[in-house]
Design a protein around this ligand. Structure first.
Ligand SMILES: [Zn+2]
Length: 113
């Protein structure tokens, strides 16, 4: 597991697929509800077998219209992965979030505003 230098927790584990903007917002306590961000479930396939999956966390306005929310994104080929990266990869540059900050944030979230 890679490490991140957190202003609050010091050297800490990292949640990798948190967009830069969302991570910045979490750092200032700006996320209060599950409605404040989007979770994309990305599932990687090898043929018909599921290799694994990742959750990608973004601010709502960072999700391009090509991506349907609440629907898993299925990656079957290298091309699928490149396409996904083209759509949202930029949001994750400099992203990633301290795992303790992230867990604290999620723990305090409400389901509605
Ligand atoms: Zn932290």
């Amino acid at each position: 597991m890679s490490l991140i230098k957190c202003k609050v927790h010091g050297e800490s584990g990292v949640v990798p697929y948190v967009s830069k903007k969302l991570s910045d917002k979490i750092a200032i306590g700006g996320i209060h509800s599950f409605k404040d961000f989007t979770v994309l479930n990305v599932v990687f396939y090898d043929g018909d077998d599921i290799l694994g999956s990742d959750k990608y966390y973004l601010l709502n306005d960072e999700v391009p219209s090509e991506i349907i929310k609440n629907k898993p994104i299925l990656i079957h080929t290298d091309e699928d992965e490149v396409n996904l990266n083209t759509l949202i990869g930029r949001s994750f540059l400099g992203g990633g979030c301290c795992v303790k900050c992230f867990n604290n944030c999620v723990k305090n979230l409400t389901c509605s505003k």
